[in-house]
Unconditional design. Structure first.
Length: 300
């Protein structure tokens, strides 16, 4: 009976921890702490490609974290998706917190005297697509699986979120392993596109590109290009203050001491201001892990 029960358990639980190999656990407490114990933060690749949005990561890509990501991606340890998704959700929250440092003061339509811009919709997690051959070889799409787990975690903690798998490859790309940053940018240039109707789905939402790992940033920069192209001028654009699409505006910024607070006063009667036009929000990216040196605080 004991042997039968042990065999049944092996079908449900992994034989060992995805990070360190401890038997009979999905992820041991020590490896879970390495994955989600630190405060997620902004990361910058050593050679930051043009167009890369602000990227936030949960943990350095080393040791137990590296082992867990590879176990999920390459060895089909699907039970790790929950823990990896929780870590990714933490990185997403770090990017959203930067949005909440923006205050709009003044009046325009329904935003009169607002002390904070209301969220324009749910958080839309856009997974970076895997190559079709890689999905077939692995038997699953690891980034999409982690994104679904992250969206569930965000909803569980009170943030409206859903996965928007609108990115796809419009041409084949070479295997990225072994390529340097310049070669990766050339390999990926123009390779991604937003599927038909995806641009409308993303418009007006808080879009966060998600991946399991960032190294050179080339993949996320190409994904950002595709999203910006599909959402039109201003859609998913960069900046710390909300701007209004298709609208001329005048503003005044006051930068204060503290966490990068920007206060902008919008004029009510700016020429061309379209009633009901929603504010656009900066495109962000979130990953489970990044190279350890990309966490350096004062990189120029």
């Amino acid at each position: 009976m004991r042997g039968w029960w042990q065999d049944l358990t092996d079908l449900v639980l992994p034989a060992e921890c995805g990070g360190c190999g401890t038997p009979r656990t999905v992820l041991c407490p020590e490896c879970r702490a390495a994955l989600s114990g630190a405060v997620p933060g902004r990361v910058r690749p050593a050679s930051e490609p043009p167009g890369l949005p602000a990227v936030y990561a949960a943990a350095p890509y080393a040791d137990e974290v590296r082992a867990a990501l590879l176990a999920h991606k390459e060895r089909g340890a699907l039970a790790l998706a929950g823990a990896l998704g929780a870590a990714l959700a933490g990185a997403v929250r770090a990017g959203l917190r930067e949005h909440r440092t923006v205050r709009v003061v003044g009046s325009w339509s329904d935003l009169a005297d607002a002390e904070g811009v209301p969220a324009p919709g749910p958080v839309l997690l856009v997974p970076v697509p895997s190559a079709p051959w890689a999905v077939r070889a692995r038997g699953h799409d690891p980034v999409r699986r982690i994104a679904l787990a992250a969206a569930a975690e965000l909803r569980r903690t009170g943030t409206s979120a859903r996965v928007a798998p609108v990115l796809g490859q419009r041409r084949a790309v070479a295997d990225q392993s072994g390529l340097n940053s310049r070669q990766r940018r050339a390999n990926l240039a123009g390779a991604l596109e937003v599927t038909a109707g995806g641009g409308r789905l993303l418009a007006g939402g808080r879009v966060v590109l998600v991946d399991d790992l960032v190294t050179t940033g080339a993949t996320l920069a190409e994904a950002a290009r595709a999203v910006r192209e599909a959402t039109g001028p201003g859609g998913g654009g960069e900046g710390t203050a909300a701007v209004y699409r298709r609208a001329a505006w005048e503003g005044r910024e006051e930068r204060t001491a503290g966490p990068r607070e920007v206060r902008t006063r919008w004029t009510r009667d700016a020429p061309g201001m379209a009633q009901g036009t929603a504010p656009t929000w900066p495109l962000r990216a979130a990953v489970v892990a990044a190279a350890p040196d990309s966490f350096e605080k004062n990189r120029n």
